[in-house]
Design a protein around this ligand. Structure first.
Ligand code: URA
Length: 433
């Protein structure tokens, strides 16, 4: 087999066989195929796409390039949720305790934030003492005993994806549905859960800017998961404005705790409840959506879901007193309202710009190794659809020693205010099974 023949085949829009995909992935991981040839192939894939079979084969090859997490020792149904990434996305901190309180086992490996999007690990690390570097044995024991663990990656999973993703990042080849679907699903399959729920974000703050693109990605991922024996469902959700009111690590932890106490923002609460309900349906804990939503609400009102979060924080060495006393969390020294320069209805809040505003204050990383400030961020005071008077706060900035002016400029760029009332999109846009 010759690499150049595989590249020209894809250039001519012909499907690649499993053997050809194996040849490329295996050779690339071993360092036998150079970046320039793989770059050319990736660009041909961007133009001509991958069919369902190619996506499944690419996923399998990337999965088999590394280790997988074995969850067979866990007595119970192991579940996982993945978000394609958004601004203010603290959903895992609410979803996971709810479904764990319903008896499911959440064995979750999460990531850190980069650019305008945040990461669950950074949010959890704002809880004093919380340890995300847990050994595989301790992770499995915690999932068994407590029903929930959220940690950083332990095993060497999908090294092929890591190498390919880094190359895609610098060759303009990230934006391909087939490549994104195989990349995400290879990692989810390696994480071992038998049920996978995908939260596919749609909008300005997300990878997928339109519902049409997001549906395609969702169908690809659901097809890969189900074809490879994992029950997979995708929920398409709105990321045309930041999720909830808080953007920033400790601020988002507070909002997640408030949501578990039943006091969360309306749209964010609806999203968490819907995702949890879908998982209860996928695992046959409930037979109808109405029953599932009822059970979710009961786990919130009884305090059982909040208690699961407490148990997880305790198990991972964190100070669970933060649940009652938010002053134990890192908090910025300064707080300042950014006020509206006009009166009218908020018609749009560009989520990416709000995410970047947070990053300027230090809540996110511009580069992988940047040190972040866990106490800073942005509070959304006016959401899409709200009326604002001139001089009223649009957002409140929480900041320490950097980025205030840049963040303010981004907030003004992010907000669009019009004279006519606007219709707010629902948070749940579609469900793909
Ligand atoms: N996230 C991933 O893990 N992979 C992609 O290709 C895109 C987003």
């Amino acid at each position: 087999m010759r690499v150049v023949d595989i590249i020209t085949k894809k250039r001519d829009n012909l499907p690649l066989s499993r053997e050809e995909i194996h040849f490329i992935i295996d050779g690339y991981v071993k360092g036998e195929i150079p970046d320039y040839q793989v770059s050319a192939l990736l660009m041909a894939i961007c133009f001509n796409g991958l069919n369902n079979e190619e996506q499944i084969n690419l996923t399998m090859e990337m999965l088999e390039s590394g280790e997988s997490i074995g969850l067979s020792s866990i007595n119970g149904i192991c579940v996982d949720k993945h978000s394609t990434g958004g601004v203010g996305d603290k959903t895992t901190l609410v979803f996971a305790p709810i479904v764990a309180a319903c008896g499911l086992k959440v064995a979750k490996m999460s990531g850190r934030g980069l650019g305008h999007t945040g990461g669950t690990l950074d949010k959890l690390e704002s809880i004093p003492g919380f340890n995300i570097s847990v050994s595989s044995e301790a992770f499995l024991k915690q999932v068994s005993d407590v029903g929930i663990a959220v940690i950083g990656q332990t095993a060497n999973i999908t090294p092929a994806d890591k190498k390919l993703y880094a190359l895609r990042d610098v060759t303009g080849t990230v934006d391909s549905i087939g490549l994104i679907a195989s990349s995400i699903m290879s990692k989810k399959l390696a994480s071992g859960a038998s049920r996978i729920l995908l939260d596919v974000k749609v909008g300005e703050g997300a990878f997928m800017k339109t519902l049409k693109e997001a549906r395609k990605l969702a169908h690809s991922m659901v097809n890969i998961g189900n074809s490879l024996g994992r029950n997979t469902v995708a929920v398409l959700t709105n990321m045309n404005e930041p999720l909830g009111k808080m953007v920033g690590n400790s601020l988002e932890v507070i909002e997640a705790i408030e949501t578990l106490k039943g006091n969360g923002p309306k749209a964010f609460t609806k999203l968490c409840y819907e995702l949890a309900a879908q998982m209860l349906l996928m695992t046959n804990i409930c037979k109808t959506r109405d029953d599932a939503i009822k059970l979710v609400k009961q786990k919130i009102s009884s305090g059982e879901a909040l208690n699961k979060l407490r148990e997880m924080i305790n198990a991972q060495g964190g100070n669970a007193k933060v649940i009652e006393d938010y002053s134990l969390l890192p908090m910025a020294k300064h707080k300042e309202a950014i006020v509206s320069r006009t009166s009218g209805y908020v018609s749009d809040i560009n989520a990416e710009k709000i995410g970047l505003a947070g990053m300027m204050l230090g809540s996110g990383r511009e580069n992988k190794n940047d040190v972040i400030d866990l106490g800073v961020g942005v509070e959304i005071n006016k959401a899409v659809g709200d009326y604002v008077n001139k001089g009223e706060p649009l957002v409140t900035l929480y900041y320490n020693n950097k980025g205030r002016a840049a963040a303010e400029a981004l907030v003004y760029e992010a907000y669009k205010i019009e004279t006519e009332a606007v219709k707010k999109d629902d948070i749940i846009l579609d469900i793909v099974r």
